[in-house]
Design a protein around this ligand. Structure first.
Ligand code: SF4
Ligand code: SF4
Ligand code: FES
Length: 238
């Protein structure tokens, strides 16, 4: 039977590769391969997934050196050497075990970037609807579909050089809120992302934008944040 040679990272920050041979199937995804290993070959393999349809963002791993959402990555389309793949955990995050990373610092940075919506209305008011075909809504639609997979964060070299850097996902989230006319905490948010760990550290390498599986451009959002911070500084309100 046609089979695939798979090298999988085992252990934590210190560990080693383990080799497996996995049968090939039509339309097989990288997540299918990892699942086969765990179910049929070695039940101690740790990995993470939930939806299997590109919604939850939990299945991201590094495949042949490239960060990817594994449930939507087909072996025959995305793996260069079709009969050999190497699967490791996401870069730039602590490894808990095998393919599972600790996502706490990734989401803590969303909180540091003030990634929570803060409306001005009370529970007694109507919802402030933003109709899909209005300019106000269209300008945030580009960034709002983030699934929190951390593929961009793993692909960003600035995060590797400066672990304090908020990173593309948290900054993209901040940008969608800065552009959301229903949000009432724009200045607070701009102050949170204006420092050394914020938008000005981005070197516009575009790796986040190239890798994002949802075709979001954190790079464009970060450029927008830089402009918004500069404008607020010139107006003397920051
Ligand atoms: S564009 Fe900025 S945030 Fe995106 S990968 Fe490059 S340095 Fe990181
Ligand atoms: S911006 Fe894209 S790559 Fe980054 S966390 Fe969101 S969906 Fe994933
Ligand atoms: S398992 Fe949910 S996005 Fe892959």
């Amino acid at each position: 039977m046609n089979s695939l040679k798979v090298r999988v990272w085992r252990g934590g920050a210190v560990g080693a590769f383990q080799g497996f041979e996995v049968p090939r199937h039509a339309s097989q995804t990288v997540l299918d391969v990892v699942t086969h290993i765990q179910r049929a070959l070695d039940p101690t393999l740790a990995y993470r997934f939930a939806c299997r349809v590109g919604m939850c963002g939990s299945c991201a791993m590094t495949v042949n050196g490239v960060a990817r959402w594994t449930c939507r990555t087909h072996i025959d389309k995305a793996v260069k050497n079709e009969n050999q793949i190497e699967i490791t955990p996401l870069r730039n995050l602590p490894v808990i075990r095998d393919l599972v990373t600790d996502m706490r610092e990734f989401f803590d940075k969303w909180a540091r970037a003030k990634g929570q919506f803060r409306g001005a209305r009370s529970r007694n008011d109507d919802f402030p609807a933003l109709k899909p075909d209005t300019p106000a809504r269209i300008q945030i639609d580009a960034g709002i579909e983030c699934i929190g997979c951390a593929v961009c964060y793993s692909a960003c070299d600035v995060v590797s050089w400066n672990p304090d850097y908020l990173g593309p996902a948290a900054l993209n989230r901040a940008w969608t809120l800065v552009k959301d006319e229903r949000d009432s905490k724009k200045l607070e948010r701009l102050r949170a992302i204006a420092g050394d760990a914020g938008c000005h550290s981005c070197h516009t390498h575009m790796s986040c934008t190239e890798r994002c599986p949802k075709q979001i451009s954190p790079t464009a959002g970060i450029a927008g944040l830089k402009r918004a911070v500069a404008k607020a500084a010139l107006e003397g309100v920051l």
